[in-house]
Design a protein. Structure first.
Length: 454
């Protein structure tokens, strides 16, 4: 049986998988695992809950609150706020755990429930499995004074905004910034914090109606932001996703600046300030080789993890590294946050423009992004990739031909009989040709159709 929890909580169609009954049951189980089992001083556990503005978040958050209170947890409802704000508030309030209702960059009909442990940290797999195992078990149902109370966390957004402002190395006076909030959770706090930091702001995608989240706006649809930056003569544009845990950027010419380029800029800045722990950046295997080459030249080592910001964070916490993230724009500043924070990332990036006086295009040019081709090979035995001699020989030959100016990565899909072939090279023609050659070898030697025929 597959796990209930995915890479970032439980996610699915609202009123499909995520019914009110399911949300209540999941919340009750989480209250036991994250609350009552962790509290040994006789007090009642406390939890912070927040959501993005999609319509289904209203009934799901109500069900979660009811589930928590019904088993004796006091709930602080922070309303509509970004995922990283929920994580921060768990730590700031010294709550026992937190709940975020969001489906991030997914379309409006979807939703999700994710949990944070004490301190605002994401849960390891084994704790998620404990919650899932607890769901069908009978509950202790307190009565009278033992029932949890629910109250509005009235200054939640103010606390988060103040925290963000305190991280800034330089004010943003004189900068014109276009913010695309994806009609999502950052629609209120992102414009507020950039304005308070001194920026002249233009805001798009900040009119959520519960149904328009991520609809043609935000970090997955950058075209409107690119046009707005050029139209308004802005210094940069910042794009969030629905729950604002990621950030992509657009330079003054309307060119996209991805997560790898953002991490390069920030890693170089932190190293210059003596704040990059051990001169290490943590990134996933999908980050562009151009980032690794640029940082190596500057004396910064890139430590690679499996794909997923949770694996980046696990590595950072294990070694105390200060900066990490993904090409998709999840950037983690461990000195300031326990998870990726798109508003924080955008502020830090803008602060580099303000403090250096350089345009974003010049800062982004510190990294030369190598052409990258990704090809999906379907209906193959993905588990045989590391053991098939022909495939491994083809990979070795391709890597030898590319040398230090390219690389090859074969990744099995987590859910389908698919192998993803990724090739980077000094030019697009070489990358494309190499990817096609490797895809053909994978298809020939790992095809499930041939196995069935034989």
């Amino acid at each position: 049986m597959s796990r209930l929890f995915g890479t970032d909580g439980v996610r699915g169609l609202a009123n499909g998988l995520l019914t009110a009954e399911f949300a209540l049951q999941l919340a009750q189980a989480a209250a036991v695992v994250l609350g009552h089992r962790q509290v040994d001083d006789g007090r009642r556990p406390t939890a912070v809950i927040a959501r993005d503005p999609r319509a289904s978040g209203e009934f799901i958050s109500a069900a979660v609150e009811a589930g928590l209170a019904s088993v004796g947890v006091d709930v602080y409802n922070a309303g509509v706020l970004p995922t990283p704000a929920a994580a921060y508030l768990v730590a700031d309030l010294k709550a026992d755990f937190g709940v975020m209702i969001s489906a991030s960059h997914n379309p409006a009909p979807d939703n999700g429930i994710k949990f944070f442990a004490r301190g605002g940290h994401k849960l390891p797999d084994e704790v998620e499995d404990q919650i899932e195992a607890e769901m069908p078990l009978p509950r202790v149902r307190p009565t009278g004074a033992g029932i949890g109370r629910i109250q509005r966390f009235s200054d939640a957004e103010d606390r988060y905004v103040l925290h963000l402002l305190q991280t800034l190395p330089a004010r943003l006076d004189g900068l014109k910034v276009v913010l695309d909030c994806a009609h999502g959770a950052a629609s209120g706090c992102s414009p507020q914090v950039f304005k308070d930091a001194g920026a002249d702001i233009v805001v798009i995608g900040a009119e959520p109606d519960g149904l328009n989240i991520n609809d043609g706006v935000g970090s997955t649809h950058l075209e409107k932001l690119q046009a707005a930056v050029v139209e308004h003569g802005a210094d940069l544009g910042i794009a969030h996703d629905g729950d604002a845990d990621r950030c992509l950027a657009v330079d003054e010419n309307g060119a996209v600046v991805d997560g790898d380029q953002i991490m390069t800029i920030l890693a170089l800045a932190l190293k210059s300030a003596g704040k990059l722990k051990d001169n290490v950046l943590v990134a996933t295997v999908m980050s562009n080789l151009g980032m690794k080459l640029a940082l190596r030249e500057a004396g910064i080592r890139v430590e690679e993890t499996a794909v997923g910001d949770r694996y980046v964070l696990e590595n950072m916490r294990a070694h105390g590294y200060s900066l990490g993230g993904e090409q998709s724009g999840h950037v983690i500043f461990l000195d300031h946050a326990t998870t990726g924070d798109g508003v924080l990332t955008g502020l830090q990036l803008a602060a580099q423009l303000a403090s250096t006086g350089k345009p974003l295009s010049e800062l982004a040019a510190q990294m030369h992004r190598l052409p990258q081709v990704l090809t999906n090979v379907r209906d193959v035995d993905k588990a045989a990739v590391p053991t098939n001699a022909a495939v491994q020989q083809a990979v070795a030959e391709a890597e030898a031909a590319l040398g230090e100016t390219g690389r090859v990565l074969l990744r099995p899909s987590g859910t389908e009989p698919v192998v993803r072939v990724m090739v980077e090279a000094a030019d697009m023609d070489t990358a494309q040709a190499t990817a096609e050659q490797l895809a053909a070898v994978v298809k020939k030697h790992l095809s499930l159709e041939e196995e069935l025929a034989s």
